[in-house]
Structure formats: structure tokens, C-alpha cells
Design a binder for this molecule. Sequence first.
Ligand code: GLA
Length: 734
Amino acid sequence: MNIQLNESTGVFSLTTEHTLYQLRADRTGVVLHLYYGRRAGGEMDYLIRLADRGFSGNPYELQQNRGYSLDTLPQEYPGNGVGDFRLPAVQVRAENGSRSADLRYEGYRIERGREEKPGLPHVREAGETETLVLILRDPVIGLEVQLLYHVFPRQDVIVRSARLVNRSGEQLVLEKAASCSVDFPYGAWDVIHFHGRHNMERMPERTRLPRGMTSFGSRRGMSSHHHNPFVILCGRHATEDTGDCYGCMLVYSGNHLEEMEVDQTGSTRLVAGIHPDGFAWTLAPGEGFDTPEAILSFSGEGLNGLSRNYHRILRDQVIPRRFREKTRPVLINSWEAAYFDFDAEKILRFARAAREMNIGMLVLDDGWFGKRDDDTSGLGDWTVNEGKLGCSLRELSDRIHGLGMSFGLWFEPEMVNEDSDLYRAHPDWALTDPGRRPMVARNQLVLDMSRQEVVDYVFGAMCAVLDGARIEYVKWDFNRSVANCYSRARGADRQGETAHRFMLGTYQLLARLRERYPELMIEGCSGGGGRFDAGMLYYCPQIWCSDDTDAVERLEIQRGTSYGYPVSAMGAHVSAVPNHQTGRRTPLRTRGIVAQAGTFGYELNPEQLTEEEREEIRGQVADYSRYAPLIARGDYWRLGEMDDAGDYTAWMFSAPDGSEALVSLVMIHVRANGPFPHVKLRGLAPEAEYRLEGTEQRFSGAALMYAGYSFPQLQGEYPAMQLHFVRMEEKLHV
Ligand code: GLA
């Protein structure tokens, strides 16, 4: 049992392989947080100390006990307006206008497994999963809160969420409903968050948490390029391989907020969930609301350790099961090769050239539908533009399959251009404010996915295309932020639900497509990586990481992304030089090595390659196929520290059983007479002997990990090296 209640003390212990999470309802029913961290025996009740602190008042029934204050106690799901002046997890407006909520313990359930979360992406049951449900209630307003804790012992993960139910006879309006709140009563923490912009997503920034409030989030109607719904709190001295690190990742793709508060005594609270700005969700009597899930994890083995926990849980329990073990095809995408300028013959020429290099799939990007020769028109009209193609999509897809390749297609389902038949027929299907001209971005408006008829329409339109041709893959794009988030189908008092209902509509559409086309692989995308989150990963096993395909920039983007997300989820392509975003020239070899730390593919005009380049690409595809299981299923390690502004970037994959390792290094700054790049390998069996493939050199695992490996001085523009170490015993058995 990984969830235990000590009946005599009332302490709940949630145990994973390396971690322990403890909580307890005290005599007044306040649910106290006792501990989260490295697994340890005993009960951490002794950490709760009471002190009379001025201006931290007491619950009415405990006014004689001036040491007891909600304002100073660590709690599991703090209420609002009743004496805890720190960040609340919940804010509810009762019919009389009161916004106070005081949640007290009522009971619990321990369940084997976990229930599905209908309509919301979630972490899938892992066999040994157990669930603790704590029931809390505010009898005055009749609010019941069920706190859910799903324990994933092997992954060192605890998934939290809340279900808020109106048990009163009146209406309640949720104005804030966090997925989780975690108190860290002791310790001083750095926070790492992942900020960015279009073309430079998920840049880690590490800062000391100051007193007061720090927050990150998105009000863009999408998880956003700008702030990923993932934060790490780590000890001040934590490094990539040492120290205590906590992660909190939302399984959500819409507006989100991660708030941290360091209070008067230095205790830290982390609250994460749907962004409360603009959020107002009405609960009629008896109705309930499910928050998105938050994936919590702890590692005492530094940031790499924490990342591995997230990689495993996302790979194994979040992405669609069918794609867990499946080797993804090496694809070629038409976007940077042709943009909007193509017909079927050109696409077929790309396919033939790609096939000769053993590339397995051709993806036809934007421009195949409606009237779409640039980004001013056509979105929403998901009918094949046969005039432009010169044939039907069925014929094109058949001919591509005839080459022995599979076929993929781009969609941007949640959008509409004003210049489209769809918009002309249904202008009210776009999100716009009454009487106000809407914000326009890339000439497009956002469809009101909070309306069932809109979801149904897009579903029908997509099915017609998918049924009409042989399509194994869809690239699902989302190319603007959501503004004017007003639904013409909803009353004034319900507009605060639109942003979240929009996400529910999108998730429903994704779920229906997944159900109808279980083999279809959907790659998420949002102007590159604007919706790179665990919510989208529930439906899409991979997500296009960034529109910036420059190999040097990709080093930072993919490394930043790797703190939370596995490389098997990161769409990464080799593109042409000079690079279309930066104008930089990098060697094909370097571009290949960088894209191999991802799902790997090409995004260039294959007809413009020299014979030498074609040969090199054949080699890259062969290498990738050989390393794919290690890359997709192995342990990924960042080598070097986050803030090393060094001359090179290095990373590696190790097989979980220590049988092989693949080490990659890219020089960003080559220096005359420079030092030898040096890395310490990770994840090897210390006592085993490894051979460096292509040489007779042998090393012990311990030597490679503790003494490290030094690379030769590399020369040229952005040179790169990849080394494959193979454990000797394995070879002997072959
Ligand atoms: C977005 C995507 C690109 C491409 C274009 C097409 O920017 O990120 O990869 O699909 O849209 O318009």
C-alpha cells in the first residue's frame, strides 16, 4: 500500500519509491501539510510548531489559543478570507456576495487505481496507482472540495487535482479553483520557470524566491510560448545532479497561473491552476467542477533526476498508450521547403527525393485547403483545394504511399479567417466582443470552441478529409493568442467560463478524433511550441518544439524543454542553410545531431541537396533508426550546468540497464588553442567496461562517469560530435 492512514495519529502517508508526502487533519479539521520530500520513516507532525504571531489571528473557536492561526500553518488547500492572508487555493462567491471559504476535513477514501477525468487530459492509470480522496467542506456556503492525490510509486510522482461541488441550495461562483497548493514550511528556494517568445520557447530562468509574491502564467488562452505551465523549486545549491528539486506541472493547455509566496517566517507556498483572471464558473446546486491535474514530483538527485521523473511519467502515462513504444517515422515536412507555393507534382517530387534518402513520411503543411495561398484566407474551410493541387488528396496520398511512404497533413482546427466561407456563413462562431472590433493576428480569428456546434462542425470537416485520403499523421496548429474571449452563445453571467470551455471543446475534439482514428498520430503545434504542455501531450505524442529550426538556437530551446518534457515528445527537424529564421549556416552533421535529440525529421527542399548531402542524410536516417530506441526510451541527461555560458553544449542518453550510451556535443564557440571539451557521463554501470564504437578504446563506466571524457579540439563552424559507448559484455553475447 502506497497510501496509508495511521488511525491513531490521523497521519496520511503517500509513499513512492524515493519520496514521502504526509498530511493530517488536525482537531479543528484544518488539513495540515506535514512533509514532502525524500522518503523517510516516521511522522513529521513534530515539524508543526505554534507561535503567537501578531496580526495572524485565530479561528473563533480557538481564540484562547493565540498560537493557532491559519495564517501560519502549512495547509493542503487553503481557503480564502478567514484568516490565512497568504495565497488562497480557492475563491468562491456565494449568492450573498461573500467570498470567504473555510474548508474543514470531513472524511477520506482510499482507492486502488484512479478514475478517468472525463473531458480533461490526465495522467493515465499505471497499474499500481492508488488514490487518496480527502473530503473537505465549508458548511456555511455549502462548498465541498474533494482533494485527489494519485500516487505513482515507480515514477516518484503524485498527481493532484480538486473537485469542487456545490452542496448548497444556492448558486456558487468559482473565481479561483487551483489544482494544488503545496506549502514548504522550511527552507529557502530558488524557482526555475520557463519563459520565452515565439521562436525561443522554454528558456529556463533561475532566481531566488524573494519574500512576497512571485508568479508566472498565461492569459493568452493557451499555455503559451511565454510561460510554460511548469515550475521547479530547488534548493539554493541544487545542481543538475545534486540537491532537492520539486516540480509542479499542469496538465492543461489554457490560461494558467503558478504563484509562489514566501511569507513572514520564510515559509513558501506554491499554488498552481487555471488562471483566475477572467475566470468565473457558476455551480448550480449539485453541480461540480474538476480542476486540471498538477503533476508533482520530487528528486533528491538534482535537476536531471527531476527531469527523468517527468520524462517517464509523460512518456508512460500521459501520451496516448499506443505511441508509447512505437517508433515514430522520420518525416519530411513541406513548410520550409515550399511554404504556400506547391502543387501535387512538387510534393511528389519532394516525396521521391526523400524516399531515396529512406525518409518514411511526407507531411503536407499549410496551404492545401480552401483558398489558401498565403495566410490571409481559407482557415476554417477544410476542403481540399484540388485546383491548386492538380489532383485529389486521395490520389496524392495514394501516390505517396506507392513510394512506400506514409502521409501527413496540417490543420489549424480552432481558427478561422474572415475571408473564408465558414466565417461568411457563421460570423458568430468566432470569439468576438459585442460592438468591438476584434484583435486580429496573422489575419485570423479564433473559433468559439466552447460551443458544441462549432466542435461538431470542425470534427465533421476533419473527418471528411481524413476519410477521403490515406492519412497517418496530422499536424495540429494554433497560430495566435486568444483575445476577445466572448462567446455569442453564452449569457452575460457565464462569460467567465468561456476560456476554460474553449479548452474543453478543443480537448473533446481531440478525444473524438483519437477515438475514431486510433492509429492516427497527431503532432501538436502552436506557432512552434506555444502549446507545449502535458495537456496536449495527452492526445499528441509529440509537439513541434519551435518554429526556430536553427540548430544553434535549438540547442537552447530543446535543452530548456528537456527540464520538463521528454525528447520523444519534441518535434525537431533538420532544415536548410542559411537558416530561415537566423540566416546562420551550420554543418549538416550538426543539424542532424541536434534534431536527433527530438523526434527527428527534415524540413527542407530535398531537390536542392547535393549528392554528397543526400548521402549524408541517408547516414543520419540510418543512425537515427539505430539509436531511436535509446533516444526514445533511454534516460536523457543534460551535461554541464544550466548557467554554464560555455563554448559547447552536451547531452547524452543512457540505456536504463546501462548497456549503451550516446553522447552528443556541439561547439558553439570554437577557440584557437582552446581547452578540450570535457564531460562526465551519467547513467553507466560503474563496474562495466565500455567500448567507444568505431575505435578499440575501452573505458570503465566509473572512469567515464567520474574522470569523464575529453573530446578533441574541434574546428570549423559549429562542429559537433556524437559518441556511442557500448557495454562489452553485451557485445560478447552477440
Ligand atoms: C506555424 C507552424 C509552422 C507551420 C506554419 C504554417 O507557424 O509552427 O510549422 O506549420 O504555422 O502556417
